[in-house]
Design a protein around this ligand. Structure first.
Ligand code: F6R
Length: 235
């Protein structure tokens, strides 16, 4: 793993942006794996400020809450429209369908999308419990797309985006670790002290299902972008 420590999340976003720029320069029809949440916001801001053109590229998002429509303000679909797609449309953008009621069908549909569009550059955040995507501690590393029951800690962490904790969906569709590991290049961003423990476990701990992000140690092209607060527990 390559580790880059930056001053703040704005610089972190700028650093991640460079990866997008380089990928596009190599291949204008590149496939980008995208994340939501607070972490990638500065990356999307840097992309939006730029003149990068994604109109020949594909995006495939990591996850979506089960039960939320694409127009629900807390859905990841809505987040992507607001933060990126309205300014930088892609040739095609894929997200899991939060309203899909047939779990088996939705999982196969999404796995086929990932198979047909192998990810060139995957952007990741990390949960305080070490999750990537919504692959919570204990998740089998071989899994592809699956329906996940969110842990109490993830529900509590994500409740900040909702009026109250009761409104946070209990399930999500998530790309599995097996699919994430197939991405050619991965960048993971983490900002703030609340991520320091998970970052330490990911980089210096054993590869264990208890910290899903630790599996990234087994991938040959991972860059971790941290601010000093998130890097503070590293040796
Ligand atoms: C979001 C995702 C999650 C987040 C993680 C960190 O698509 O897959 O794994 O990256 O929960 O969330 P934030 O950035 O809000 O701290």
């Amino acid at each position: 793993m390559k580790i880059i420590v930056v001053e703040d999340k704005k610089q972190g976003g700028q650093t991640a942006y460079e990866f997008f720029k380089n990928e596009l320069a190599k291949k204008n029809d590149a496939v980008f794996g995208l994340a939501t949440g607070s972490t990638p916001v500065t990356t999307y801001e840097a992309i939006v400020r730029s003149n990068l053109d994604f109109s020949s590229s594909i995006s495939v998002n990591l996850d979506e809450y089960v039960g939320l429509s694409a127009s629900h303000p807390q859905s990841y679909n809505y987040y992507m429209q607001q933060n990126l797609f309205q300014y930088k449309p892609f040739h095609h953008s894929y997200l899991p369908d939060g309203e899909a009621t047939d779990e088996t069908k939705e999982v196969s549909r999404y796995n086929l999308i990932i198979k047909k569009n192998p990810i060139d550059l995957q952007l990741l955040g990390i949960g305080r419990n070490g999750h990537i995507g919504f692959n919570e501690p204990g998740t089998d590393f071989a899994l592809k797309t699956h329906k996940v029951k969110l842990t109490e800690s993830t529900i509590a962490a994500n409740s900040r985006f909702f009026d109250n904790e009761q409104d946070v969906p209990r399930y999500a569709y998530s790309m599995g670790i097996g699919s994430i590991l197939r991405s050619k290049k991965i960048i993971l961003e983490a900002f703030g002290e609340s991520k320091a423990e998970a970052v330490k476990n990911m980089i210096e701990g054993p590869v264990t299902r208890q910290c899903p992000a630790s599996v990234l140690q087994q991938h040959s092209d991972v860059t971790v972008i941290l601010d000093e607060a998130a890097a503070q527990k590293l040796r």
